[in-house]
Design a protein around this ligand. Structure first.
Ligand code: ZN
Length: 65
């Protein structure tokens, strides 16, 4: 299911963004993501989740893929 795939991808982007952010804090890397970018990845993840859940609630198609 497309929305599930997008939600999954958004989760991974948010996790990766957070990881790079924390690594950047420790090492003082100048090109590490800013906290705003981490927040925006988190927002994108929530939006993808909401779209996925809304779709499932609206016509009850399977959770499995
Ligand atoms: Zn559906």
């Amino acid at each position: 299911m497309r929305l599930f795939t997008e939600y999954n991808a958004a989760i991974h982007r948010a996790i990766e963004m957070q990881r790079q952010y924390l690594t950047g804090l420790k090492s003082g890397q100048a090109d590490a993501p800013r906290v705003e970018e981490v927040e925006s990845a988190n927002e994108a993840q929530k939006a993808a989740r909401d779209a996925y859940l809304k779709h499932i609630n609206e016509h009850g198609c399977g959770v499995a893929t």
